[in-house]
Design a protein around this ligand. Structure first.
Ligand SMILES: Nc1ncnc2c1ncn2[C@@H]1O[C@H](COP(=O)(O)OP(=O)(O)OP(=O)(O)O)[C@@H](O)[C@H]1O
Length: 342
């Protein structure tokens, strides 16, 4: 399998009056061609900053890369000039956001927004770009594409705007599509449609996808691999099956436990008690230690190394050290998510 992205030791901070916010701390992951990698974690865990770093969209300053490399097809994106990045963005790596209204231009027709990148990057004539625009809108399942192409974003429903944004993002058939909470603002039925659309497009166009979400429920049916982020770090990574059936990090257990289950419709959702670490002064040890029911003394003072549990699963937790006591995951954390998806 071809490795498209290879992220090593990525660290990103923001300079603020209170000091440096260490938003992304020594993050490592790879993305292979034609796969969907989900990056999952609570709000503030560093998912969006990681995603924006891949496109070099983090505003600098106040942001800065403090360490690491982002190799895309063997070249480090961090070293590229802004001009070089312009040809990567949209053409090779594209991004869609949670709220299409903030990234679609409200005073330009959807058609013009699709055509722009085709004319700029693919040297198409206006006429060719218009024709391709209609094809793309049809591809993303927009009804009446011939008429819709001449409309403005506000004339679309939320789900239609999300489809239009996907069409724009895919116009130049990028190798990687980064989707940052692409369905959070949509109702559940439309969410499912958009996720299945992304999956179809991945199969048809061969685009690899990075799906950023706080919702493990979205992951079960849409991703091949999962990276679980907490406090600016990836604490566990594995295949979807490994994460749902054999998670070994207590934070992943907490996420699995907090997923709604079919059988407990009326029960209150389990929430992980406590709050995420202060990234101005992140803990020396495991970022989850303060909230972890199994935390030992070592957890607070030393960050655990990754333990390789399989070719695909890696977990950073002191419980995997041979000197640690045996701890079984809570019952509701095992395959909890898959049950809820029927
Ligand atoms: N411009 C900025 N200045 C200071 N801190 C920032 C800035 N942008 C992000 N951060 C901080 O970086 C950390 C990670 O934020 P990020 O948006 O990546 O989290 P997230 O996991 O994507 O959460 P969400 O789902 O809420 O976006 C947070 O603590 C956030 O406050």
């Amino acid at each position: 399998m071809k490795k498209l992205l290879d992220v090593n030791h990525l660290s990103v901070s923001f300079t603020t009056f209170g000091g440096d916010v260490k938003a992304v701390r020594d993050v490592n992951f790879t993305l292979n061609e034609k796969e969907t990698l989900a990056i999952v974690g609570e709000s503030g865990s560093g998912k969006s900053v990681t995603a924006q770093s891949l496109m070099r969209l983090v505003q600098m300053p106040p942001g800065k890369f403090t360490d690491g490399t982002i190799e895309f097809n063997g070249e480090d994106l961090i070293q590229k000039s802004e001009k070089q990045m312009e040809s990567v963005r949209g053409q090779e790596i594209s991004m869609i956001f949670q709220d299409p209204m903030t990234s679609l231009n409200p005073i330009m027709t959807v058609g013009k927004q699709i055509s722009e990148s085709l004319i700029k990057h693919q040297n198409m004539s206006k006429k060719q770009a218009h024709k391709r625009g209609i094809e793309l809108l049809k591809l993303v399942g927009l009804p009446n594409a011939e008429a819709r192409i001449n409309q403005y974003p506000h004339e679309y429903s939320g789900g239609m705007r999300q489809r239009a944004m996907i069409a724009i993002a895919l116009a130049c058939t990028p190798e990687v599509l980064i989707a940052d909470e692409p369905t959070t603002a949509l109702d559940v039925t439309i969410q499912a449609q958009i996720l299945s659309l992304m999956d179809d497009l991945k199969k048809q166009m061969g685009t690899a996808i990075i799906l950023i979400t706080h919702d493990l429920g979205v992951v079960a049916n849409s991703a091949n691999r999962v990276a679980v982020m907490y406090g600016g770090k990836i604490v566990e990574t594995g295949s979807v099956d490994e994460i749902f059936y054999n998670a070994r990090h207590p934070y992943t257990w907490g996420l699995l436990e907090s997923m709604p289950k079919l059988e407990d419709d009326n029960k209150e959702l389990h929430a992980i008690p406590g709050s995420p670490p202060d990234l101005l002064d992140p803990p020396k040890g495991c970022p989850f230690a303060a909230r972890c029911p199994y935390a030992m003394k070592v957890c607070k003072n030393h960050m655990p190394e990754y333990t390789e549990l399989s070719d695909t699963q890696k977990t950073a937790c002191w419980l995997l050290d041979e000197r640690a006591p045996d701890v079984e995951p809570p019952e509701s954390a095992v395959a909890g998510g898959l049950k809820s998806n029927g």
